[in-house]
Design a protein around this ligand. Sequence first.
Ligand code: ATP
Ligand code: MG
Length: 257
Amino acid sequence: MRKISFVNEKGGSGKTTLTINIGAYIAMQGKKVLILDMDPQGHIGKSLGIDVRRIDNTIFDVLVNEDVRLKETIRKTGIENLDIVPSNKLLTDFVINVADHEDRHLKLTKKLAELNEYDYVLVDCPPSLGLLTVNILLAVNEVVIPVSLTYLALDGCAEIVDTVKTVRRNFGKNDLDITMVVPTFYRNTNMANIILEKMRKYFGNRVSNTIIKFDVKIDQAQSFGKTIFEFAPKSPGAVMMEELAREVMKIGEDRLI
Ligand SMILES: Nc1ncnc2c1ncn2[C@@H]1O[C@H](COP(=O)(O)OP(=O)(O)OP(=O)(O)O)[C@@H](O)[C@H]1O
Ligand SMILES: [Mg+2]
């Protein structure tokens, strides 16, 4: 079971979009995929047309209640093989609820250990590096960093690298790696090209070959609660997402970093 998190403390870098569309594509190839929404914004559910404000049984219940099993909160989606555990605003209370628990960093790790029926678990992260993100980094093995090609984007990258190193060191989590860095929101401008060049210098072959360009269809798809493959399967956005998903699937084969 591959466990991949999509991390960037910078908001709007493409975490949710990649999680949803890569997850959908992999599921469409016949692999069993579970997406966990660890962001109180609840965007995974929203992106699939679920009104997350009104739902019970979210990831919050799993994380704060000893007796709620992850399995009980899993929902099927309109895409075969793609399941999700949604979240909503309640998740902001997580930190307060577990503040005095000794195992507060390991809540997700413990619950995820009960699962083995999926080929992939993808985790959508909040735009911050607090206790939720530490829970995620301890529960997964792979970190994918989407980086919007804008000024200051590299700052955010450096922060994540530091956080991953700290988690590895402080928690002895040696099987955690940054497996891919994905340039997003690419436009052919000097600025974007310089940032891309810097990323390649720093991350080498961890930078994905697929560069995600701006395609309004991707945004529209989300607003209709659909993946790009359902909404505009022939669009450039769908082609880019497919190429990227194929790269992600390959990491475990010929691209182990
Ligand atoms: N390649 C793209 N082209 C056009 N719009 C995009 C593209 N990728 C993402 N978007 C849109 O940009 C917005 C931000 O993307 P997304 O929600 O994936 O970022 P995020 O990193 O998850 O944000 P947050 O940090 O708030 O969770 C969304 O409205 C999404 O539909
Ligand atoms: Mg998001």
